[in-house]
Design a protein around this ligand. Structure first.
Ligand code: SF4
Length: 750
């Protein structure tokens, strides 16, 4: 058969099409003549006609928020064009516009896509059961109870899951069915057996708030949305105490040295990418770290093709080079001053004896100095270089809350010039390593005794951890950059990342040199590529150490520039009032979704790892012998982290019982717990009264993305398959209740 467009079949098809076209088709099939003057091209003019133009954008979590002119005819979007009335930013830097991307330009096609679901659908067998029960009993709640309380009926609709069979229902009937499931669940099992999930309120605040308010007002638990699916780099709150407060994309243009690390900006930040391209004409050097030849690589002066997921090793090696060359071999006043003012590097850390070694303990605090003032245990300590005395500087957590901290919640050091290094006798400490090299390294740090406590500084520990040797200190150290056996040298990273050691070393040096020359205008532009990995917080912190050591954070054109930066729920205080029903009752029930899926999809039964699998060498062994589920249950019992459902009984019944005794509810509950007459549901998540019954998901593809990592559905399917095949499971799955979720707009179960 001939290929291409000139074969006989193509010719025949084109000729046949003549009969469907109301026009005169040329003999060569390449021209079309329509009769009727200008009306012949009405179809073209109609395509672009409109009766009004409105301004809008696309709420699709792209973080672009580009301004668009939306052309509307008879209430239907007909087409869109980029808006071009952004204010000018002046003659000395690129303008914002034009903003937009090809996906946005085609947005109205999504809006009217024939594949878009526009009606409610219910599993056919469930709808039949419900209609029959309601006709017989005359009440929606009784009908729902009739289905879920009957093992045979419940099995019929649950076993139909995953096999299609969804049928169209009316909105009235679907909402009635869902409402009946909620009412029955609250009455029989308690409101904390109802859960809700929806991601990213910043993307569409009203949609998120409307559902969250409903769930909160009925006492259900809203599940967190940002943490597990890894859009929020938790390194940001860990290091800076905020949620990715980063510069806007226009600041990329201010950078003298730009590392695009895990962010393919021409594709994922299309309307912003021009700043990166334009800055190159200004002399900016662009480096890309990407395992593949991604679109942004073609803009780069250098490409570091690190293996996927190994970015942390590269960043640690770059940190090794920067600490050695810019802090130990010589000092850069700008860097030294910056880290003394804005980082915890000068703070003192207690060293604790563990066996025959020392390990880093907690920060030395004002309490350790004998201070018994308010929150003294949360006020960190440093050494004044002028006197060598311990000083409690402003700005630590102990000054944040309480009257004694008024006026001291700031970083004003006054006349104090902190010492970066403790500078005394060298003591070996055991430091964890996670690269399979034996669990720990033993390296020396300078120490002092302060009020009887053996202490060193964060800076000293950092040099030891990064393997940067100083004369006179004991321990095992790299012999040079080419020592691949000791972490975290350039040669060591090359064995993990595949990036040549020379390249990692040179880029680190260039990054820091540019920061020194420009006072902090080196930038790392990060994205999801390095965030969606196990323990991505530590990967990110390795990056942020680079930008912090070199004085780049908080500097125009410097620091980290993250893709989440421009998308926030700005009116969050008022929004939270609305979304979580705080105007009616507080606190609302909220739970981290990670633990929720882990417990309630039975993932804990298949987890091969103990809670102590990744414990650091030198740890206290608190997780030894525990499972992760044990730790979650302990956390709920201790009140560290809420877990829903809370107790193994309906909380409404518990409140009624407390009322009947005349006791405050809290006292009554504590009494039951102390007597062992009440247990936490998470201690036995599969027990009949302990698992959630209704889950509502909106604006999310839970199994496809948002609940990722827990592999819940496949695991449960495997378990069912094993049970059907009669094969025993190693984890007690054969004891488990039948699968109990259904998936529709609401996930309901008996
Ligand atoms: S980046 Fe694209 S999808 Fe996002 S708002 Fe801009 S044009 Fe729309």
């Amino acid at each position: 058969m001939a290929s291409g467009l000139d074969d006989q079949l193509t010719e025949a098809l084109v000729r046949t099409r003549r009969f469907f076209t109301r026009a005169e088709v040329g003999a060569d099939l390449r021209t079309l003549h329509q009769i009727g003057g200008r009306s012949a091209d009405d179809f073209y003019r109609d395509r672009w006609s409109h009766d009004k133009v409105v301004r809008s954008t696309h709420g699709v979590n792209c973080t672009g928020s580009c301004s668009w002119k939306v052309y509307v005819k008879d209430g239907i979007i007909t087409w869109e064009a980029q808006q071009t009335d952004y204010p000018s930013v002046g003659p000395d830097r690129p303008e914002y516009e034009p903003r937009g991307c090809p996906r946005g330009a085609a947005f109205s096609w999504y809006t009217y896509s024939p594949t878009r679901v526009r009606y409610p659908y219910v599993r056919g067998v469930l709808l039949e059961l419900y209609r029959e029960a309601k006709a017989r009993l005359g009440d929606p709640v009784l009908a729902w109870a009739d289905i879920v309380d009957d093992p045979d009926r419940a099995r019929r609709y649950k076993s139909a899951r995953g096999k299609g069979g969804l049928v169209r229902a009316t909105w009235e009937e679907a909402t009635e069915l869902v409402a009946a499931a909620h009412v029955h669940t609250i009455k029989r099992f308690g409101p904390d057996r109802v859960a809700g999930f929806s991601p990213i309120p910043a993307m569409s605040m009203v949609s998120h708030a409307s559902g969250a308010r409903f769930v909160s007002l009925i006492g259900g638990s809203m599940l967190s949305f940002y943490d597990w699916y890894a859009d929020l780099p938790v390194a940001s709150p860990q290091m800076f105490g905020d949620q990715t407060d980063v510069p806007e994309s226009g600041d990329w243009w201010d950078a003298g040295y730009l590392v695009m690390w895990g962010s393919n900006v021409p594709v994922t930040r299309t309307p912003d990418a021009h700043w990166m391209a334009e800055a190159r004409y200004r002399g900016q050097k662009v480096v890309v770290v990407s395992p593949d030849y991604a679109d942004n690589v073609k803009f780069a002066d250098e490409w570091l093709a690190a293996q996927p997921g190994t970015d942390g090793a590269l960043a640690m090696a770059m940190g090794h080079v920067i600490l050695k060359e810019f802090f130990v071999d010589r000092q850069v006043p700008y860097f030294t001053d910056y880290v003394k003012r804005y980082t915890d590097l000068p703070f003192l850390v207690r060293l604790e004896e563990r066996g025959d070694a020392h390990v880093p303990g907690k920060f030395l605090t004002a309490e350790d100095l004998g201070d018994d003032s308010e929150h003294a245990a949360f006020k960190t300590v440093l050494l004044d270089s002028a006197t060598g005395e311990a000083v409690v500087p402003n700005g630590s957590l102990g000054f944040r809350f309480g009257e004694a901290g008024v006026g001291r919640w700031n970083l004003d050091l006054g006349d104090v010039d902190p010492l970066l290094s403790a500078g005394g006798e060298g003591v070996t400490v055991q430091l964890a390593r996670f690269d399979g090299g034996g669990g720990a390294v033993t390296r020396g740090v300078p120490t002092r005794r302060v009020n009887g406590h053996l202490v060193t500084t964060v800076y000293d520990l950092m040099l030891a951890q990064y393997g940067v040797h100083r004369a006179g200190l004991p321990g095992s150290w790299p012999t040079g950059y080419d020592d691949a056996a000791e972490p975290y040298t350039p040669a060591w990273q090359a064995t993990i990342t595949g990036v040549p050691a020379e390249k990692a070393e040179r880029i680190a040096r260039e990054f820091a040199t540019n920061a020194e020359d420009s006072r902090g205008r080196s930038m790392i532009l990060m994205g999801a590529g390095t965030n969606h990995w196990f323990h991505s917080d530590t990967i990110y912190r390795a990056f942020l150490a680079l930008t912090s050591l070199t004085g780049c954070q908080g500097v125009n054109g410097g620091g980290w520039a993250h893709y989440v930066g421009q998308e926030k729920c700005r009116p969050v205080t008022g929004w939270a009032q609305l979304a979580f029903g705080l105007d009616w009752s507080r606190p609302p029930r909220q739970m981290i979704q990670t633990a929720f899926w882990y417990l309630h999809t039975d993932q804990f039964r298949y987890d091969q790892f103990g809670a102590d699998t990744l414990s650091a060498a030198g740890g206290e062994g608190q997780l030894a012998g525990k499972t992760t589920a044990d730790v979650i249950a302990q956390s709920a019992r201790m009140g560290w982290m809420p877990s829903y459902p809370t107790f193994d009984r309906n909380p409404l019944d518990l409140a009624d019982e407390a009322d009947a005794t005349g006791m405050p509810v809290a006292d009554y509950i504590v009494g039951l717990l102390r007597a062992g007459a009440l247990r936490f549901a998470c201690e036995d998540p599969d027990a009949e009264h302990n698992y959630p019954r209704v889950l509502t998901v909106w604006r999310a593809n839970l199994l496809g993305s948002s609940a990722k990592g827990n592999c819940s559905a496949p695991t449960r399917r495997c378990a069912r398959r094993r049970r059907r095949s009669g094969r025993a499971t190693s984890c007690g799955a054969s004891r488990r209740r039948p699968a109990s979720w259904t998936c529709c707009s609401a996930w309901t179960s008996g």
